[in-house]
Design a protein around this ligand. Structure first.
Ligand SMILES: [Zn+2]
Ligand SMILES: [Zn+2]
Ligand SMILES: [Zn+2]
Ligand SMILES: [Zn+2]
Length: 330
């Protein structure tokens, strides 16, 4: 009985051991799956259960994410630049630039701009000239500012109209007129009658040198030279070689005698002219004018005005005038 009982106890013990081993094995297998499953959750990306592949995928993903981040940073950088440009300026095409000119005097508008109750606008100068009566509708104008158009004028950046003659200046529309009055790149017209060439003053000199080589008199500052004058003559072009500047000797026959003066072909912003001497001689007598050249970009047929040398008709025996032009004040 004892043996049998002992044999039964041994069987029970063996059975418990087997059950325990099986449970342990099952536990290990479940743990294995749980671990793998937990990896999938943590990566949130993995498509394979294979440990090695998972790592490779993670590395590739990391590289891809790095590239994406770099691209994003570049894009963000570009967008920042674009945003900077966008926030500071906006290219605009003005199909009719005249809308920014005063409709009365046609000069570029500058603040203050006034409007009548019907919305017609006028610059401040014109408001005075029209005695504060709107020329379009007869309502009062001159007390209500048009702030909207003043803001537009302030915010528009515009190139100088002389850009094709070498001026690189850009100004707010408000300052456009002011700058263009002072612009040293204002184009000048060829003074040779019948020629319509227009260019910067230096280009004009080169044009005169090439196209009218023998129709102008070359000279240098501070030296006296003679210019032949004849009845019926209206002008003579003078070409200064060191400074590459053109001058015109104006000449006109009037009832009281012959009149002569000198004009410099230059932008009207050049306020101070060149000093010059004009001398007419008759035997031992001479008549002399000391003056300053007038500066103008577009010379046209001379109408005597301002200062000029008046030479009595019978005085010009020698048929020439002596000319001396100096740079700067006399
Ligand atoms: Zn006006
Ligand atoms: Zn009006
Ligand atoms: Zn300019
Ligand atoms: Zn010409």
């Amino acid at each position: 009985m004892m043996l049998i009982a002992k044999g039964q106890d041994q069987d029970q013990v063996q059975a418990k051991v087997i059950v325990t081993v099986v449970v342990l094995c099952l536990g290990i297998v479940m743990l294995f799956f749980l671990l793998n499953y937990s990896n999938v959750v943590v990566s949130d990306e993995i498509m394979s259960y294979d440990g090695n592949n998972y790592l490779e995928v993670e590395e590739e993903d990391q590289e891809y994410e790095d590239e994406q981040e770099e691209e994003m940073e570049e894009q963000i950088g570009d967008e920042d630049d674009d945003q900077e440009e966008c926030s500071s300026s906006l290219p605009v095409i003005l199909t009719n630039p005249d809308v920014l000119d005063c409709p009365i005097c046609f000069v570029a508008l500058t603040a203050p701009v006034f409007q009548c109750n019907n919305g017609h606008i006028a610059c401040s100068n014109c408001c005075c000239k029209i005695r504060n009566v709107c020329p379009s509708c007869s309502l009062s104008i001159g007390s209500n500012r048009c702030r909207a158009i003043e803001n537009v004028l302030e915010s528009i950046e515009i190139s100088c109209k002389n850009i094709k003659y070498g001026c690189k200046k850009t100004t707010s529309y408000n300052k456009k007129h002011e700058h263009e009055l002072m612009c040293i790149h204002e184009p000048c017209s060829c003074p040779h009658l019948g020629c319509d060439f227009v260019a910067s003053s230096k280009q004009l000199y080169m044009h005169s040198y090439r196209a009218h080589t023998y129709s102008a008199i070359s000279f240098s500052y501070d030296s006296t030279f003679s210019v032949p004058v004849t009845n019926g003559m209206e002008y003579a072009v003078l070409r200064e070689s060191t400074d590459k500047t053109l001058f015109v000797l104006n000449y006109a026959v009037q009832s009281i005698g012959n009149v002569a003066s000198i004009t410099c072909i230059s932008p009207s912003s050049v306020k101070k002219g060149f000093s010059y001497e004009l001398v007419a001689q008759k035997r031992d007598s001479k008549i002399k004018l000391e003056s300053f050249t007038e500066c103008m970009p577009r010379w046209s047929k001379y109408v005597p005005h301002g200062e000029f040398l008046l030479v009595p008709s019978d005085f010009l025996e020698s048929q020439f005038l002596l000319v001396r032009i100096q740079k700067g004040a006399q």
